[in-house]
Design a protein. Structure first.
Length: 324
C-alpha cells in the first residue's frame, strides 16, 4: 500500500572532557600518597580524541551550513564513499597536499557481507585515522522529503550504526542526498542533533567523466559565486567515488595555490583551505530547525593569524616556483 506523505515545501541545495588532573594531597605527619590513576572511563586516549574529532562531535546541534562567506575560505567535502577503487588514492593525494576534508558516507555497501564491505569499512577507519571528519549521507542516498519519518530516521540510523561499530560513536554532521530538504525533514534531523552541511561550490563531477571538466567547472563556479553573490570561498562538493574527481582534486588545489601567488603579489586575501567546518559552524540554540547559518565571518584576529601564516608559506612556495 502506498504511504501517505504530508504535502510539504521541498528545498534543494544550490550547486551552492578534558582529562582530569589528579591532585596529590600532602600531610605534615604522613608520607605523600602516590597519585591514584584516573578512572578508565575518564581518560581520553589519542585514538579516542581523534575519533571524537572525526565524528564531528564539536559540530553537533548547529544551524544549516551553506558555505556562504565573503572570505577565501575553502572546505573540501566528498560524498558517497568510501569506495575501495578510488578513495585510497584520494587519501594519498590529501596526505601529499596536507589537506583535510569532510567525507559524507553512504553506508549501503558497508552493510553487505563479503570482502568489499570489509575493505571499505577499513577505509572508513583510515579516513578518521588520517585526520579527516566523517558525516552521515544516509544508507541508500534516498531523497529524504519523499520518505516517511520512520524511514528518514532509519536511513540515518543505519549509517550511524556503522560509525558506532567502526569508530566507536555516531556522527554529528549530515548531508541530505541531493541537498533535498523540507521543514519536516529539518525537524527530524534536528531532533537527532545533526548539523546539516550543504555547499555553495559545485564541481559538476557527477555530471561529467573527465578531470578537465571538473577543474574548469570549479573555477567557473568559484568566480561566478564571487561576482554574483560576493562569496569568495565556501564549501566544495565533490565525490570520492569517481576516478575523474580523484584526478581533478590535486589540480584544483594546485590552481588555488598558484592563484595565491598572484593574490600575494597584489596584496589581497589568499585562499585558505581549512581542515574542518569550524569557521563555518554556528550553534542552533533556540533557532527553528532548518535555519541557515549566517554568512561565515570569523573574527579579524583569527583571520589575520591564519592569513599571516599562509602568506609566509605562500611566499616561500611562490619564490621556489619563480626560481625554477
Amino acid at each position: 500500500a502506498e504511504r501517505s506523505i504530508e504535502h510539504e515545501h521541498v528545498t534543494v541545495a544550490p550547486t551552492r572532557p578534558v582529562a582530569p588532573v589528579a591532585l596529590v594531597r600532602t600531610f605534615r605527619a604522613a608520607p605523600v600518597e602516590p597519585t591514584p590513576a584516573p578512572a578508565p572511563d575518564l581518560v581520553i586516549t589519542a585514538d579516542e580524541a581523534r575519533a571524537r574529532r572525526g565524528l564531528g562531535e564539536a559540530y553537533a546541534d548547529g544551524l544549516v551550513l551553506t558555505g556562504a562567506t565573503p572570505h577565501r575560505l575553502i572546505l573540501f567535502t566528498f560524498d558517497d564513499g568510501p569506495d575501495r577503487r578510488t578513495t585510497p588514492r584520494l587519501l594519498r593525494h590529501l596526505d601529499e597536499l596536507g589537506v583535510r576534508a569532510v567525507f559524507f558516507i553512504t553506508s549501503q555497501r558497508l552493510h553487505e557481507p563479503g570482502a568489499r564491505a570489509l575493505a571499505e569499512r577499513g577505509i572508513l577507519r583510515d579516513i578518521v585515522r588520517r585526520g579527516h571528519v566523517v558525516g552521515n549521507h544516509t544508507r541508500n542516498h534516498e531523497q529524504l522529503p519523499l520518505l516517511d519519518a520512520s524511514d528518514v530516521l532509519a536511513e540515518l540510523g543505519d549509517t550511524d550504526r556503522v560509525f558506532e561499530e567502526e569508530l566507536g560513536g555516531r556522527s554529528w554532521l549530515m548531508r541530505p542526498p541531493g541537498g533535498s530538504r523540507s521543514p519536516r525533514v529539518d525537524r527530524l534531523v534536528a531532533s537527532r542533533g545533526y548539523t546539516q552541511v550543504l555547499w555553495n561550490l559545485g564541481t559538476g563531477d557527477f555530471q561529467v567523466r573527465d578531470a578537465d571538466s571538473v577543474v574548469e567547472t570549479f573555477v567557473r563556479v568559484l568566480q561566478r559565486r564571487e561576482l554574483d553573490h560576493g562569496e569568495r570561498g565556501g564549501i566544495v562538493l565533490m565525490h570520492d567515488t569517481h576516478d575523474w574527481s580523484v584526478e581533478a582534486f590535486p589540480r584544483i588545489v594546485g590552481w588555488l595555490r598558484d592563484r595565491n601567488c598572484e593574490l600575494l603579489e597584489a596584496g589581497e586575501e589568499l585562499y585558505d583551505i581549512v581542515d574542518d567546518p569550524a569557521l563555518f559552524f554556528a550553534a542552533r540554540g533556540d533557532a527553528e530547525p532548518g535555519t541557515e547559518a549566517p554568512i561565515a565571518e570569523p573574527s579579524e584576529t583569527i583571520l589575520a593569524a591564519r592569513q599571516a601564516r599562509l602568506r609566509e608559506v605562500t611566499s616561500q612556495r611562490c619564490g621556489r616556483l619563480a626560481s625554477r
